[in-house]
Structures are given as C-alpha cells and as structure tokens.
Write a protein that binds this ligand. Structure first.
Ligand SMILES: NC(=O)c1ccc[n+]([C@@H]2O[C@H](COP(=O)([O-])OP(=O)(O)OC[C@H]3O[C@@H](n4cnc5c(N)ncnc54)[C@H](OP(=O)(O)O)[C@@H]3O)[C@@H](O)[C@H]2O)c1
Length: 336
C-alpha cells in the first residue's frame, strides 16, 4: 500500500455538521524521518468537543481550513526511526482523522502514549481515556459529592455521564440521571445503577427532578446545558455545586440560534450555590491517579461501560454526527 486517506476540514461548519464540511483526500503514505514513527490507525474516539474545534478557537486553536480533522485515536506503529517507539507498539494520541499518522511522539493535546497491558483500545479511549477522566475529575474535584448527597447527571446514558452516575453511586450518593428516551433511561438505572432516570423527551424536566429530589440536589453534573440546565438550577439544595462539564444542546447553534440565557440562575444566589466549568486537560498531570481510581472501581464490579462501535474510515463525519442526534449508546468509537 502506497497511499493513505485523510479527512480534511473543507469549510467552517454552521449549524449541524454536513458531509460537505469535509473532504476525503488520498495522498502518498509519508516517509518516516529521523525521530519519527508511522502509525496505522485502528480506532477513533468521537467527542462532542470536536464540533467546537471545527467551529473556531476554543481552549485549543480551531482546526484550520484544509487541516486534518482533530481527533483522538489509537493505532499500531508500523515503522519507526524514533528511539522510544518500535514497530508493533499500540499507541494513543490526538492523531486526527487519517489512516496513517506520522508522529514525533507529541500531539497537540500531549504526548503519544503506549497502551497499557490488559487495557483494550475501547477502554483506553473510553473509560480510561478523556471520557472516564472527565467524569472522575469533574465529579470528585468540582462537584465534591458527600455520601448521602443527591447527584443529578444529564447526558446520563452517554460516555461521560454514565461513568459519573456510577462514581457517584460508589461514593454513596443518590443519583438521578437524565437521558433521551425510555431505552436509555432503562440502561441508566439497570446497568449504571441510578436510583431514577428522567426521560427529558417525556415532559417537564424541572417537575420530574422535583418529584425525585424533594429537598433539592447537592450536585449537578451538567453535560447538556440549555433547558435541562435551567431545570436543574430550579432544583438546587443549599450550597449546591453545579459542574459545567458541557452543553451539547447548543454546540450546533449559530449566533442567531443562541438562546438568550438561563431563567433560573438566581437560584444559585438564593441557595448559595456555585457553578464551575473545567476542561479535563487541566488535570493532565493527575491522569494516572484518575485511571487508578477508575481501575479500582472496575475491579470491584462497580463500573459498567457501553461502547457504540461504528466501522469504516469513510464514515467518520457520519459517526461524529451521531453524538448530536442522540444515536450513540455509550462511548462513540469507530474501528478503521
Ligand atoms: N469539560 C471537559 O473537559 C469535557 C470532556 C469530555 C466531554 N465533555 C462534555 O461532556 C458531554 C458528554 O460528552 P460525551 O463524550 O460523553 O458524549 P455522549 O454523552 O456519549 O454523547 C452525546 C449525548 O448527548 C445527548 N445530546 C445530544 N444533543 C442533545 C440535545 N440537543 N439535547 C439534549 N441532549 C443531547 C445525546 O444523548 P440523549 O440521547 O440522552 O439525548 C447524546 O447521545 C458533552 O457536553 C461534552 O462536551 C466535556
């Protein structure tokens, strides 16, 4: 094989992602220089934050027009002139949507790492990757739940939310999930162990939260934003912590679509609560600690995960869209 394919960003997306926002190009496989190695990609992670990276500058610079679409993934080193990596190594990094990636051992979001023995690519990109680490650090460092607290988790059937539910249960909290549809809600309760799960498509979310948490919620782990966050803010307990992990409901909004704001934010004042955002990269130096904690929960049988695996490099854009259509069940991955 002498050629390889890459997905490039063709134009800055406006609204929901379209196939026409991307270009699939075929190029020669690059030559491996001194201090470099070549990775044949096997798995890609799909993350809502990729929508932000395509739209403009965020906590990372925007993917440039004509640039390879930024994405985390795993692959096998197939040639190396780098002292730290050898052919056959399975490696993880932000390699982007390309079948073959040339690397010097670093990526935009940190160093390329080797897969730990006994960890599958699905686990490395999911529960022990950005997803699980976001759940761990966001909940324990920002939400700081105490045993007996009521924790409300939106996006509860998703990759991050489902791990948050289970960490909170392991810490002795009452957990209320919010997810789209009865099938996802059933999974959140039966497999992730939430005490209750609200189907946000089935009606008044604020009222449903109140029915499950008469005295309010001490911790909100927010993945969705908008109306769902507003419903959570209406149900805060005294001193509540709102962890602003994400707001996927608005990621496709154009400037014109953007909602004017939250109606219930003054409840933070009344209940002496606080709302704090974070980016998991802030905890990069402590990832080992997070992986150890998540591994322990898994060994104790307290962490169930679900992976949604799509196939085929040509399906990268369609797979990313699944996150915004609520089609994914658990961690969205693609096998090349
Ligand atoms: N702060 C950080 O460092 C950090 C790191 C990782 C992830 N995040 C954030 O965490 C959140 C979850 O990410 P993830 O990777 O775990 O994805 P995910 O939850 O596995 O997938 C996204 C889910 O969001 C829900 N959703 C999509 N559009 C929606 C809408 N308009 N209204 C309500 N729900 C909607 C869908 O679930 P339903 O079918 O249940 O609607 C969908 O399955 C995102 O907001 C992401 O940006 C933040």
């Amino acid at each position: 094989m002498t050629t390889t394919r890459k997905w490039l960003l063709k134009s800055r997306p406006s609204g929901a992602l379209q196939d026409s926002d991307f270009d699939l190009v075929t190029l020669p496989i690059p030559i491996v220089g001194d201090g470099q190695f070549l990775v044949r990609m096997t798995h890609f992670s799909f993350d809502p934050t990729q929508r932000g990276w395509l739209g403009g500058d965020t906590y990372l610079p925007a993917v440039p027009i004509g640039g390879v679409v930024r994405a985390g993934g795993i692959g096998e080193v197939i040639a190396s002139h780098h002292p730290g990596f050898a052919a056959g190594d399975m490696v993880q990094g932000t390699f982007g949507w390309q079948e073959h990636a040339l690397s010097d051992g670093t990526t935009e979001t940190g160093p390329v790492t080797k897969l730990r023995a006994g960890v599958t690519p699905e686990q490395a990109l999911g529960v022990f990757g950005v997803t699980g680490l976001t759940a761990w650090f966001g909940l324990t460092e920002i939400g700081k739940p105490n045993a007996g607290d009521t924790v409300l988790v939106s996006g509860a059937a998703g990759a991050t939310g489902s791990v948050v539910v289970q960490i909170a249960k392991a810490l002795g909290c009452k957990v209320i999930g919010i997810a789209g549809g009865p099938e996802k809600c059933r999974w959140v309760m039966e497999q992730a162990g939430a005490d209750a799960c609200i189907d946000y498509r089935a009606g008044n979310v604020a009222r449903q939260i109140r029915e499950h948490a008469r005295k309010g919620v001490q911790v909100v782990f927010e993945n969705v934003g908008g109306e769902i966050l507003d419903a959570a803010l209406a149900n805060l307990a005294l001193g509540a912590r709102v962890v602003l992990c994400g707001g996927i409901s608005s990621y496709n909004d154009t400037a014109e679509d953007r909602s004017p704001g939250l109606r219930n934010y003054m409840n933070l004042t009344v209940m002496r609560g606080h709302m704090q955002g974070f980016i998991v990269l802030d905890f990069a130096k402590r990832y080992g600690e997070g992986v150890a904690a998540l591994s322990k929960l898994m060994a104790q049988g307290k962490l169930n995960t679900a992976e949604d695996i799509q196939h085929g490099f040509e399906n990268c854009p369609a797979t990313l869209r699944r996150l915004f259509e609520g089609k994914n069940f658990g961690k969205q991955l693609l096998v090349v």
